[in-house]
Structures are given as C-alpha cells and as structure tokens.
Design a protein around this ligand. Structure first.
Ligand SMILES: NC(=O)c1ccc[n+]([C@@H]2O[C@H](COP(=O)([O-])OP(=O)(O)OC[C@H]3O[C@@H](n4cnc5c(N)ncnc54)[C@H](OP(=O)(O)O)[C@@H]3O)[C@@H](O)[C@H]2O)c1
Length: 340
C-alpha cells in the first residue's frame, strides 16, 4: 500500500512515498481504507523532530483521517465493514490503509463528506476542550485567540459565536483576519504589523481579558499573560513560534523558549490567574470524554451550527507540498490530503 514516510527529521522533502505492507488489525482494532487525511501542525512538528513521543525515523506520520472500515478485529462489535468513519491514530495516518483501536473511531454523520470528516476532529476537539472544558468560557467573556485563521482557530471562532463570547483574533496577515471575521471574530489584530498588547488594551479600555488561547507560545506569552484580569485563564496548547516558514532553526527555537517567563506557582494565588496546558495526543485514556465531546460536536455540525473550513486540498502524491504550505503560514482553515 502507498504511504508517506518521514525518512529523517527536516524540511517537507524528507517525506517520501513508500510502499509498505497492508496492516492486519488486532482483536480490538479496525482497519480503515483511507479517503482523506487531515494535515495538522502537529504533523509538521513531528516531521521536524520537535513533537514529544514521536518515533525515530523512518515512521509514517499523521494523526487523523476519514475513510471506510475495511476489516474489523474479533472483539469489535461497535463498527462494521463498510462504515464511513473518522479516526484518530498515534501516528500512521498517511497511508492507504490504517489500523487503530475501535475506541478511537467514530461513524461520521450522514451527509458529512470525507474531506470534512478528515478536517473535523482535531480542530473542533481542541477548540472545545480548551475553551469549554478547561477555560469554562462563558457568555460575554473576552477571549484573545492567537493564529485565529488556522484550523483550530476558525473552529474556535465558530464555537465562540454560538456561545456569545467576545473574540479578539490575531493573525499574521490582513487577509487572514478577514477570514477570521467571517467566522465570528469581532476584533482583529495583525500581530505581525502591530504590538498586540497595545492593540488589545485599546480595544478593551479598562476591561481585561478572561481567556487567552495560545498555540504560538514564545515571546507572545508574557504579553498575553499580562493582559489577563482576575479569574483569567491562559490556555497554552502549542509552540508554533519555534518553527519558521521552511524549517526550524535551533537558535530561534531557543530564543522563543527562553523568552517564556518562569511562573512561580504561589504568584498565581495572589493574581487569581490560571495557567492551563493540554495536548490531545496524550489524552487518549479519556476515551469516554473524547467520544462524548465528538458526538456533541457532530450534533452541532448536523444542525448547521458549525461548518468545517477547508482552505486547501492536495492529492496524496503532493503531500510534500501540503506540508510546506501549512508550515509557510499561507494556509487558512484546514489543509486536507485526498487519498483517492
Ligand atoms: N495541544 C493540542 O492538543 C493541539 C491540538 C491541535 C493543535 N494544536 C496546536 O494548535 C496550533 C494550530 O494547529 P493547526 O493544525 O490548526 O494549525 P494552523 O493554525 O492551521 O497553522 C498554524 C498557524 O500558526 C501560526 N504561526 C505562528 N507562528 C508560526 C511560526 N513560527 N511558524 C508557523 N506558523 C506559525 C500561523 O498563523 P499566523 O500566520 O496567523 O500567525 C499558522 O498558520 C498549532 O500550533 C498546533 O500545534 C495543539
């Protein structure tokens, strides 16, 4: 079967197409014939060798896909051959056939396309988990969302519009901010052109932020942390700032890491602030929780309250371009690779 393999850590071209044997599902697993693959920034980080717990190359990357169940293990009763599904895997999604435990596979809603399915899970689950479960984002509260025109960003803005949250969106280009606006962002800041801290203060006047959702990290952190008011929640869930548009430079990564201030836990008490981190990749033991949130999000999708935004699709044999495009900061919404 066709796969894309990270042959060594580095620039997009280290991804190479390779023929590998079709996997056999274990008793608790299903095998899926892949239709579409969601490309995540986590895949870029894995390719660059800066994602936690990734195997040494060569390995098949990729954490989410959609497709059709093609074989089921003896112990699997929840799914059948022929089911249209989305699935999460701990690496291995860039392949024509993928096996994964049945508990990480959900049947897609009627009417959901394979493209939408591949683009849905990580973006909406991350947005929901950060905003609702961890930050308890409430109606009328003020949110600063960095990199708001990306996959997670647009999903988050749509949810915030439903929940009545006041949103301040940052992005590195005006055209991206226009897209963020069309998905509900109320205040727009081009953080490549302006100091976002000054801009947020102008927008808020005497008020303060309730929540910051930050997947960029590095130098942005200190300013966002300062902008939080009492009972403010800072949700850190990525570190895109350590990469650059083509590769990763150690000195830049080190500079971004070192610019994050050390926070002494007792200082949180006096300031009434919370610092929260999450990584869905390490949340797989919370199966019931992830399944119930996925069902809730599917209901919103079926009701037309949220809609997947796919900014670009690529055929599988152009997966190197798909990776380069996501890393270049020229993408918006989700980047999806089509297997057939
Ligand atoms: N912890 C988790 O469980 C979890 C789950 C999903 C995603 N994430 C993280 O959330 C972020 C969004 O993921 P995504 O897949 O939806 O990606 P994405 O937002 O579509 O793309 C990443 C965006 O990060 C921004 N960025 C800022 N600094 C960057 C840099 N130095 N190099 C490249 N991009 C930079 C860019 O937006 P601007 O050009 O507008 O700045 C870029 O478009 C990623 O950082 C990802 O690792 C974490």
């Amino acid at each position: 079967m066709q796969t894309a393999v990270v042959t060594k850590f580095g620039a997009p071209k280290v991804l190479q197409l390779r023929d590998l044997p079709v996997p056999q599902p274990a008793p608790d697993e299903v095998r899926i014939r892949t239709a579409a693959i969601g490309i995540n920034f986590a895949d870029v980080m894995a390719r660059l060798g800066v994602y936690p717990s990734i195997p040494d190359p060569p390995f098949v990357p990729g954490i989410e896909l959609s497709g059709i169940v093609d074989a089921v293990g003896d112990e699997v009763h929840s799914l059948q051959v022929g089911d249209r599904v989305i699935a999460f895997v701990r690496q291995g999604a860039y392949a024509e056939y993928v096996k994964t435990p049945a508990k990480f596979v959900r049947r897609m809603p009627e009417g959901m396309t394979f493209e939408d399915g591949a683009a849905f899970g990580v973006a909406y689950l991350s947005a929901y988990h950060g905003l609702a479960t961890l930050a308890h984002m409430g109606k009328g509260e003020r949110l600063l969302f960095h990199a708001a025109a990306g996959g997670v960003g647009l999903a988050a803005l749509q949810l915030c519009r439903l929940w009545g949250v006041e949103t301040i969106a940052t992005a590195s280009a005006d055209w991206k901010l226009e897209i963020a606006k069309s998905h509900g962002a109320q205040h727009l800041i081009n953080y490549a052109m302006k100091d976002f801290e000054d801009s947020v203060r102008e927008i808020l006047g005497d008020a303060a932020l309730d929540v910051v959702m930050d997947s960029v990290g590095g130098r942005l952190f200190r300013k966002g942390w300062r902008l939080l008011g009492p009972m403010g929640r800072y949700v850190l869930y990525g570190f895109a700032s350590i990469t650059d548009r083509k590769t990763i430079r150690k000195w830049k990564a080190a500079r971004e890491f070192l610019s994050v201030p050390l926070i002494h836990p007792p200082s949180l008490v006096g300031k009434n602030k919370s610092l929260i981190g999450f990584n869905l990749y390490f949340l797989t033991e919370k199966v019931d929780y992830l399944q119930s949130v996925t069902e809730k999000l599917f209901s919103l999708y079926e009701a037309g309250s949220i809609r997947t935004v796919i900014g670009a699709t690529f055929p599988f044999d152009r997966i190197v371009e798909a990776h380069a495009f996501l890393q270049s900061r020229e993408s918006y919404g989700k980047v999806v690779v089509l297997m057939r």
